[in-house]
Design a protein around this ligand. Structure first.
Ligand SMILES: Cc1cc2nc3c(=O)[nH]c(=O)nc-3n(C[C@H](O)[C@H](O)[C@H](O)COP(=O)(O)OP(=O)(O)OC[C@H]3O[C@@H](n4cnc5c(N)ncnc54)[C@H](O)[C@@H]3O)c2cc1C
Length: 378
């Protein structure tokens, strides 16, 4: 069976497995990562198709069978450094303390793309926080396998489709591997993200950090914060910032995200997300971030039990139905998505895209509400 480009998630399993190194990941005309096969070196062995998670996806574990927690780091810095409650940072610290290695997504030095890497090459802080763009995997799975074969403990955190790709590539279970995915709204095109950073660079100079989950207005306010070598700080909420607007309007997401195959199942040990139902659960609502942690396997259970035992976090077990709390799980494809995407791809300056009066007003109200919420929760 051949995969169609509309199904491809660019997990990179094919790149990692190809014995001839004939497959690379390039950007297509809309800026999405796609595998490209070099016909001159390809020997048509078919191993890439056998390793593709789209062709033969494992069933995964039903969310209904999970155990769920609202969890947040006791340490304020750890919590602040995460998109929600800092659960990923806590799990990572545990693995590093055991001499292990942690894989996740980091920004490139020039901030223009996001790629999968590990704590063997970058510091842990660079892997923290949600990057709202598809991450370039390249042949990262070969590095995960190499680390696993040495017997080191490995934590791999990525999208559910990257976990599918990794498992398909590895072919067997490793008891020194802990995998973590997250609730995922979908991933925007790498090319659109790059254009956004280029547009900002034209205005303010070299960017030095990007944060799509800045807590400057508190955790509950989606807000993009970009800092520049010049000292300038760009800070805009979700209706004011063109990139966050496009992300939430669903016009720049990868085709496969609109028919996500992991809406009710996971192939990972642990699933992370934002826990928004704070008010219903008798949890102190400080607007600093709380993670929803879904545990699917014994390895996941052990990892969370370890965090609780070390008293690194507050964890409140939630009712079994907590998986239904997942926010925004079904991302629908807007009827005019293809036309809107074309407009976005053609537009050289994303800050010049037209914004309706209604969105402008919503942006203003959202901004004021975020400030008030932040002040009241101090
Ligand atoms: C594109 C995207 C969409 C999301 N959509 C939702 C949603 O709809 N609902 C919801 O509840 N939560 C969503 N999340 C997850 C949420 O934002 C938090 O990441 C999660 O709650 C964990 O937070 P944390 O504080 O525990 O850890 P964090 O420190 O935030 O850890 C995030 C982890 O995700 C990895 N990561 C970040 N960006 C990427 C990327 N682009 N590709 C692969 N791995 C990445 C990081 O390396 C790190 O391991 C999304 C995350 C991303 C990246």
């Amino acid at each position: 069976m051949k995969i169609t480009m509309g199904d491809c998630v660019a997990c990179g399993a094919c790149v990692s497995v190809c014995p001839c190194k004939s497959i690379t990941i390039e950007k297509d005309e809309n800026g999405f990562y796609m595998p490209v096969i070099d016909a001159a070196t390809c020997v048509e062995c078919g191993i890439c198709q056998q390793s593709c998670p789209v062709n033969d996806r494992s069933e995964g574990i039903s969310w209904e069978l999970g155990t769920y927690y609202a969890l947040w780091a006791k340490d304020g810095q750890q919590r602040f450094a995460g998109s929600s409650g800092g659960a990923f940072g806590l799990l990572a610290d545990e693995v590093l303390a055991q001499g292990g290695v942690v894989f996740g997504a980091a920004y490139s030095d020039d901030m223009k793309f996001v790629y999968q890497t590990s704590t063997d090459d970058v510091e842990l802080n660079k892997l923290k926080k949600s990057k709202y763009v598809e991450s370039y995997t390249g042949d990262v799975f070969t590095k995960v396998k190499a680390a696993l074969e040495t017997g080191r403990k490995v934590l791999y955190c990525g999208t559910s489709c990257q976990i599918d790709g990794l498992k398909k590539y590895l072919k067997k279970d490793y008891n020194n591997l802990l995998t973590c995915d997250f609730l995922c709204h979908g991933v925007p095109a790498a090319g659109v993200y790059e254009k956004y950073i280029n547009n900002l660079e034209e205005r303010y100079g070299k960017p030095t950090s990007v944060d799509f989950r800045s807590k400057a207005y508190g955790w509950k306010a989606y807000c993009s914060k970009v800092t520049f070598a010049s000292g300038k700080v760009y800070l805009k909420t979700r209706f004011q910032d063109p990139y966050l607007r496009m992300f939430f309007e669903n016009n720049v997401l990868r085709e496969a995200c609109y028919s996500c195959k992991r809406l009710n199942t996971s192939n990972a040990d642990i699933t992370l997300g934002d826990f928004w139902r704070v008010a219903d659960m008798d949890i102190p609502d400080t607007n600093e971030g709380i993670s929803l942690v879904g545990v699917h396997t014994q390895a996941g259970k052990n990892a969370i039990a370890q965090l609780v035992e070390n008293s690194d976090c507050y964890a409140k077990e939630l009712p079994q139905t907590a998986y239904t709390y997942a926010y925004n799980r079904k991302t629908s494809k807007p009827d005019d998505r293809d036309a809107e995407l074309e407009k976005i791809v053609k537009q050289k300056n994303l800050f010049k895209l037209s914004v309706s009066l209604e969105t402008k007003l919503r942006g203003y109200v959202y901004w004021i509400r975020s400030i008030v919420q932040k002040v009241l929760m101090k």
